[in-house]
Write a protein that binds this ligand. Structure first.
Ligand code: ARG
Length: 263
């Protein structure tokens, strides 16, 4: 159900065409790698917003790891450069600001492809399917949209979860990130939390339960600055490669715990 193969193969064909046609222009830019100009030469800089386990979160050593970081690292490897991770607010990731200001080359942040965002920056082919979910304290009886009618629902600022909850007419309280969102659930500042279903599971051990899935049919993509087709084509050809050589399946299984086709 992930990585629609025909689209990716088409993207790979495009990328190959662009590479062979663009060889002459590579010399023009000193920071170019395969015709791709990078914010910091020799480095692919990615902006992301943890904590968002299993996509981007801090491990015991303080390194930001996760499914998104592994995919970004594959792109960097194909470009022959190092990956550098920058933590930025989700709002400036999803608005395209981090890309426009040259803070990073790509955004990889469990970012849902939406029309509004597509107007501001360019998305890769989709690499992950997502829906919204509800996290509540264990034992809570909240589990439906109706049950949330007179409750306070914590949302992450500028996310599709916020949009969904607002459209459902729920009373929302905004938080900068998922960590603060869940913290507010602990203190009772909110009664429930809405965010992408795949990031709620890791909190079950902390005394919470995932009470509902709200199907929204979202798909995650990586983002590049509007018009950066050279980098976009590199990303899409990396997605094709990792879908074909087993790397994507390995990354997915490591972080999600099941094989991609087992959902
Ligand atoms: N998928 C949702 C969106 O794009 C939430 C993403 C939040 N990501 C993060 N790393 N905090 O709006």
């Amino acid at each position: 159900h992930l990585l629609p193969t025909t689209a990716l193969v088409a993207a790979a064909a495009l990328a190959l065409g662009a590479c062979s046609g663009g060889l002459g222009s590579d010399e023009a830019s000193p920071a170019a790698t395969d015709g791709v100009a990078l914010v910091e030469p020799g480095t692919l800089t990615v902006c992301t917003n943890p904590p968002f386990e299993p996509f981007e979160y801090e491990d015991e050593s303080g390194e930001i790891v996760g499914l998104d970081m592994d995919i970004a690292r594959e792109v960097a490897e194909d470009l022959g450069v190092e990956l550098a991770v920058k933590v930025t607010p989700f709002d400036t990731i999803q608005s395209g600001t981090d890309l426009d200001t040259g803070t990073c080359d790509i955004v990889a942040s469990g970012l849902t492809i939406t029309e509004e965002r597509q107007a501001k920056f360019d998305f890769s082919d989709p690499y992950f399917d997502a829906d919204q979910g509800l996290l509540v304290p264990a034992g809570s009886d909240l589990s439906t949209v109706e049950s949330l009618a007179d409750k306070r629902v914590g949302v992450q600022l500028a996310t599709t979860g916020e949009t969904w909850a607002t459209e459902e007419g729920l009373e929302t309280v905004q938080f900068e990130d998922l960590g603060l969102q869940v913290q507010a659930l602990t203190t009772g500042q909110v009664d429930a939390v809405v965010n992408d279903i795949a990031v709620l599971g890791p909190w079950i051990d902390e005394g919470f339960e995932v009470a509902a899935t709200f199907p929204t049919g979202e798909q995650y993509g990586l983002g590049v600055k509007k018009g950066n087709t050279a980098l976009l084509e590199e990303i899409n050809s990396t997605l094709v490669r990792i879908a074909g050589d087993g790397t994507y399946e390995e990354i997915y299984t490591t972080h999600i715990g099941t094989a991609p086709d087992e959902g």
